[in-house]
Design a binder for this molecule. Sequence first.
Ligand SMILES: NC(=O)c1ccc[n+]([C@@H]2O[C@H](COP(=O)([O-])OP(=O)(O)OC[C@H]3O[C@@H](n4cnc5c(N)ncnc54)[C@H](O)[C@@H]3O)[C@@H](O)[C@H]2O)c1
Length: 261
Amino acid sequence: MLRLNTKICIVTGAGRGIGAAIARAFAREGATVIVTDKDEASAANVAGEIGGEAMRLDVASEQDWEAMAEAWPQCDVVVNNAGITGFEEALSPHDPETASLEDWRAVHAVNLDGTFLGCRYAIRAMRPRGSGSIINISSRSGLVGIPAAAAYASSKAAVRNHTKSVALYCAERGLKIRCNSIHPAAVLTPMWEPMLGTGPDRQARMAAFVADTPLRRFGDPDEVAALAVMLASDEAAYMTGAELNIDGGLLAGSAAAPKTD
Ligand SMILES: NC(=O)c1ccc[n+]([C@@H]2O[C@H](COP(=O)([O-])OP(=O)(O)OC[C@H]3O[C@@H](n4cnc5c(N)ncnc54)[C@H](O)[C@@H]3O)[C@@H](O)[C@H]2O)c1
């Protein structure tokens, strides 16, 4: 029995990385997948591969979400996955002392405004059936401070909190629309490329990034997708407002924890 049979599932930022892995996993479970991305060509590639529908959608654009509501007035699952670190084009300072207001706003426009608009669309599109699952991709950075990526951390913390507002709002109205957040850390996707670079030091940089991760490795996008399938399916009918960490054990302790050996 396929776990997402007959469900219409929309995934944002699904042209590559975690979003593409989620789109593929949803298709394997029998869903009709709407593969959306700001980059139309990559969305079309993934949609072609899995037999889904492609649509260009910039999550920060209210107009694009209106077009989505016209094209897909009803749906069962929305994954608000699209997100940026702000370091895609260039490594500029994003710390609390020197970050520019422009950079701060640009990160929040995609990560936070995009999630707000995605949740608003989802509630409206799920209302006719009175049920559905909204999955917001936050981050480990939404749970702890990140001095060098303060805008990213702030936006992801807001995504975590908005998830709970949406969950409670829907529950109060007797809707079976669930909303949960996933908090990945160090999942190997193209998002990491500007930080890993190329050349002989790449392996050493990779090892350094996961040195504090108890499982001592990067996560795989498919591992995040497996969690999204569970939250999207009816198996998770009693889960709403929850936050699920998928971080190789990183948040289980802290660097300041006393050593036992
Ligand atoms: N990879 C990680 O280690 C990690 C860790 C924690 C959280 N996350 C979160 O997971 C999500 C996916 O990350 P990823 O690693 O796959 O990133 P990625 O950079 O590999 O892919 C992001 C995708 O989003 C698209 N996108 C960017 N801006 C968009 C916009 N305005 N509208 C629509 N699409 C847009 C890009 O075109 C790209 O296809 C993000 O929200 C990210 O913050 C990732």
